[in-house]
Write a protein that binds this ligand. Structure first.
Ligand code: SF4
Ligand code: SF4
Length: 477
């Protein structure tokens, strides 16, 4: 990323060059305006000027280049810059509104990439009623004036403690009603225990379910066997199909290990009937302390090639105005989030809500910054039976507090990455792994290469067809 150059250049002394990222793809040049989170295609002359600025060679800009850079929002009059106000985020901590509640710390599967010590997350055990009710009350207290709350049921496999799920839903519904608040529930399940009763309950209480499943029989049996080593595909598939019949919008989530082609997995998941599919590389296990075997999955040629092909497909389908195929592409896209970020010029200060609006509570009532950290004492923020929440470290945005992220052109898209991945790969929540950075930066470049080529009419088509939501009004809050 190129930073301000005003002191190097006498003719540009009154101007500031805003941070930008120049790159070339398939014979075209693009620039990302880092602070504006916008992307544009640029001509060879402008690319040349930016290249010279990057290398510190340029001494003066002709009026044509000056106009171009102003249009790109990269050249601004220093005298018109508002003074910088540094907000102390510690003084205004975000209320916790989203609780990941562990119903059990045990699992009936033994997934090869499990980061939770075969679902036990250290101590194991089941959530009891006293702790469950205290966790709900803690959430209500933490949420302050915020009305809309969320509880996600986690495990291990949460349906191993289905009776407690029912108890918590009833208790939380009564409590929010007393306080004039509203609550939504969600859960992540391996689907192995879903029967008619569970599916009816999910439907009745509008519990948003995410199914973890690895797509093909070969992958599911090898990567997600039962604890006794038996494959789980044949048992689970009919249950997933029943769930999809009852709740067709249920999304599926798959994990890839090694050099598995993400496209094969996405296609298998869509074939099963999942309308929405996410595929991610396995996360490094924090609890097991194993070496990072996941690097190849994030860094493989297959992953990068799949993204490159996807970028070409977006351009092709938008050109043909093929809304049906675009909707299918959106539901298994690896670039959608980056595209949305650039189309809305939105800037993320944090990669997720961990330790901010989101917290996880273990079966013992201990509070962690998110579900993946449960069982790791160094990431414990408190306990629902005690006062106080120790989370100052998690309130700091990597976009300003991490030297490597602050200097990165993808910082407002990636915002420092998953804290759990960072801790697993590099030993610190604030130190990102190089392979993740390469992937995030490439995702943003490829999204920029699409957005940079979209005209007004094409953007309007994507909104009209409900492929992207309209850009929110900046005055709405
Ligand atoms: S984690 Fe890597 S890609 Fe993400 S903002 Fe930080 S340096 Fe950039
Ligand atoms: S830290 Fe990682 S695992 Fe935890 S909520 Fe954030 S993105 Fe998800």
């Amino acid at each position: 990323m190129t930073e301000s150059k005003e002191q190097q250049n006498p003719t540009m002394a009154a101007y500031l060059i805003k941070p930008y990222h120049l790159f070339h793809h398939q014979g075209r040049s693009y620039v990302i305006n880092v602070e504006g989170m916008s992307a544009s295609t640029i001509d060879a002359a402008t690319a040349e000027v930016l290249q010279q600025i990057t290398s510190g060679e340029i001494l003066s800009l002709d009026s044509g280049a000056e106009d171009h850079l102003k249009k790109l929002g990269l050249l601004v009059d220093v005298s018109k810059q508002p003074p910088k106000v540094k907000k102390d985020i510690n003084k205004d901590p975000m209320p916790v509104v989203n609780l990941s509640l562990f119903l059990t710390q045990s699992c009936n599967l033994k997934c090869v990439y499990c980061y939770g010590d075969e679902g036990k997350y250290g101590s194991g055990g089941n959530l009891d009623e006293k702790t469950a009710f205290q966790a709900v009350d803690w959430l209500l207290e933490q949420s302050g004036k915020i009305k809309k709350l969320h509880i996600g049921f986690f495990g291990g496999e949460p349906f191993l403690n289905f009776p407690m799920m029912k108890t918590v839903v009833e208790y939380a519904r009564n409590r929010v009603q007393e306080l004039g608040k509203d609550i939504e529930f969600n859960t992540t399940t391996n689907a192995t225990l879903l029967g008619d009763e569970q599916i009816a309950f999910i439907k009745e209480h509008k519990i948003r379910v995410m199914v973890s499943f690895d797509g093909t029989k070969e992958l599911q049996d090898a990567q997600r066997p039962f604890a006794n080593g038996q494959g789980s595909y044949d048992n689970t598939l009919p249950r997933i199909k029943k769930l999809l019949e009852a709740v067709p919008a249920t999304p599926g989530h798959a994990v890839i290990v090694g050099a598995t082609d993400p496209k094969i997995v996405k296609d298998a998941m869509q074939e099963i009937g999942f309308a929405e599919v996410s595929v991610v590389p396995a996360s490094q296990s924090l609890l097991a302390g194993e070496p990072d075997t996941t690097q190849s999955a994030r860094d493989t040629q297959e992953t990068f090639q799949s993204l490159e092909q996807e970028a070409d497909t977006w351009i092709d389908l938008v050109g043909k105005r093929d809304d049906e195929s675009l909707k299918k592409l959106k539901n298994k896209s690896g670039l959608y989030h980056a595209l949305l970020t650039l189309l809305h010029n939105s800037k993320q200060r944090h990669a997720c809500g961990a330790g901010l609006g989101l917290a996880a509570v273990s079966c013992a009532g201990d509070i962690y910054l998110c579900h993946r950290f449960v069982g790791r004492d160094e990431y414990k923020m408190g306990n629902v039976f005690e006062k106080g929440l120790n989370r100052e470290e998690y309130l700091k945005s990597p976009t300003t507090e991490s030297a490597v992220c602050a200097a990165c052109f993808a910082k407002y898209y990636c915002a420092g990455g998953c804290k759990h991945d960072n801790a697993g790969s590099c030993g610190s929540i604030a130190t990102p792994a190089e392979d993740i950075c390469r992937l995030k930066c490439r995702e943003l470049e490829l999204a920029a290469s699409i957005v940079g080529r979209l005209g007004i009419e094409e953007r309007a088509f994507l909104v009209k067809q409900d492929i992207f939501p309209p850009k929110p009004c900046p005055l709405d809050f």
